[in-house]
Design a protein around this ligand. Structure first.
Ligand SMILES: [Zn+2]
Length: 275
């Protein structure tokens, strides 16, 4: 996959809209999950960049191998894991689809989505987002053989406590699964962190049998919420929804030239995303 161009923000103009602790509106309806801000792209007067910020707090745990020896996190490994976690999610989840307006308007012809994941391990002065990520060290070989019960997951406590993400040290490496597609055994690869990030932003599992499952996409095995890594238009629909609401509030205040509906690639929003 070719590298995506880096989109620079025009910070001199500041964000047109900004909201902290936005609730994911669809699927899992995660409370206060991310911060959103819409900027102009540097040097492109008609292009916007929507930034999706998340600042998860990481804790690292050692574990015991099945035959008793301890698996420890050595030296800089936690730091490398966090850096790789951010890089993997930011590069894969960003700029998958442009969000386009329903009509020519005073502001933008196109808005691209960029994720910023900023992990931390110590208590900051201000706690902005409530994600708490634990990563347990596992032996990649044991794990591949079927480390029973060691399933990465995202738990959402609606009572308002921290949102918990349970990961294992091998979750940056792809899991290969065999699935039968039209009678043919087909291999699908997926890096678990990419899938779990989908839950973090409020998406449900699309494969059969998940606890909080989206039943609408039973054939889409390549989807990142199924067995693959494809980011679908529907996965961006919550962001298009947020943009439509922000522009509607501008329009209500008499700023600009009326309301604009934003859709992913001009076709997908929460009305047809089936999240
Ligand atoms: Zn899942």
């Amino acid at each position: 996959m070719p590298a995506k161009p880096t989109l620079l923000l025009d910070v001199t103009r500041g964000p047109l809209f900004e909201q902290r602790n936005v609730n994911a509106p669809a699927g899992l309806k995660t409370p206060g999950v991310y911060n959103l801000a819409l900027f102009w792209e540097s040097g492109k007067s008609r292009r916007g960049v929507l930034t999706v910020d998340i600042a998860p707090r990481f804790s690292f745990f050692r574990s015991r191998k099945p035959y008793g020896s301890l698996l420890e996190w050595a030296g800089d490994q936690p730091d490398l894991f966090m850096k790789s976690f951010s890089r993997t999610i930011e590069s894969w989840w960003s700029q998958a689809h442009p969000i386009l307006p329903s009509r020519r308007n005073s502001w933008f012809d196109e808005i691209n989505v960029v994720f910023a994941v900023v992990p931390w391990t110590t208590t900051p002065l201000v706690t902005e987002t409530r994600w708490s990520v634990t990563v347990t060290k596992v032996d990649p070989v044991d794990y591949t053989k079927g480390f029973e019960g060691k399933v990465s997951k995202v738990s959402i406590d609606r009572a308002g406590a921290d949102l918990e993400v349970t990961l294992y040290s091998r979750d940056l490496d792809p899991i290969v699964r065999d699935r039968i597609v039209r009678g043919v055994s087909t291999k699908f690869e997926q890096r678990p962190v990419l899938h779990e990030f989908g839950h973090i932003i409020g998406l449900r599992d699309e494969y059969p049998g998940g606890r909080a499952r989206n039943p609408n996409w039973p054939e889409d095995l390549e989807s990142v919420m199924f067995s693959g890594e494809k980011i679908r238009e529907r996965h961006y629909a919550p962001f298009a929804h947020w943009l439509t609401r922000q522009f509607a509030s501008l329009s209500l205040s008499g700023i600009g030239d009326g309301s604009v509906v934003w859709k992913v690639r001009g076709r997908t929003d929460l009305n047809n995303a089936l999240l």
